[in-house]
Design a protein around this ligand. Structure first.
Ligand SMILES: [Zn+2]
Length: 203
């Protein structure tokens, strides 16, 4: 059992109380201190008849993500689904057509990537998976200090989740074949921004 069980991250100050805490937090016997965040792989975005279908390019990442999840589950990595979910009157619909409304099929995770036992689901209303959610405290409870981001869209929810994660000192990596956008130039911009400005490992 290590101090990583506390969600300790690079640069955090170790205090004596951590020794007590690490013995009292559930889930500390994990093999990995890494989590994969599966961002917005939802019916309304990915399937052709979805309410906010984002085009062919995002559909390309479904099977690479499935392969990655299989490998990461085998290594004991925590898998966390980050799912857009809105009320019918959400302010975001002033910018985008209504999508991912709670209780609708469109808000569901695509069938190719269904969660398995032990996976977590966190719902969000804004671009960043950290905005208005308990993601940060959940990661700390599981001793996670490293995140792999996959899903859509590279320049929207992936980018702003990466920004918040880096501001909180998480180590972040993004496999290029597992993120996509409806806008190819914005996709490239976001990858570059994450790598050069945020210090994300893009590979
Ligand atoms: Zn939304």
């Amino acid at each position: 059992m290590s101090l990583l069980c506390l969600g300790k991250r690079e640069g955090d100050i170790v205090v004596s109380g951590e020794i007590f805490l690490q013995q009292n937090i559930q889930g500390c016997d994990k093999v990995s201190n890494k989590a994969v965040l599966v961002i917005d792989m939802l019916v309304d975005f990915i399937y052709f008849l979805g309410a906010l279908y984002v085009g062919d390019e995002p559909a390309r990442v479904v099977f690479p993500i499935a392969d990655l999840l299989e490998r990461e589950r085998a290594e004991g990595t925590k898998i966390i689904y980050i799912c857009d979910r809105h009320k019918r009157e959400d302010a975001e619909f002033k910018m985008f057509p209504p999508h991912c409304i709670e209780g609708t099929k469109g808000a569901g995770i695509v069938s190719e990537l269904k969660p398995e036992e032990g996976d977590l689901i966190i719902y969000k209303r804004r671009y960043s998976a950290f905005s208005g959610t308990d993601l940060d405290i959940t990661l700390r409870e599981h001793g996670i200090n490293e995140l792999v981001l996959v899903g859509v869209c590279t320049n929207i929810c992936v980018l702003y989740t990466a920004a918040d994660a880096r501001n909180l000192n998480y180590l972040v990596s993004v496999p290029k074949n597992c993120v996509a956008s409806f806008d190819s130039s914005a996709h490239e911009f976001a990858l570059n921004e994450m790598e050069k400005t945020l210090g994300v490992k893009v590979f």
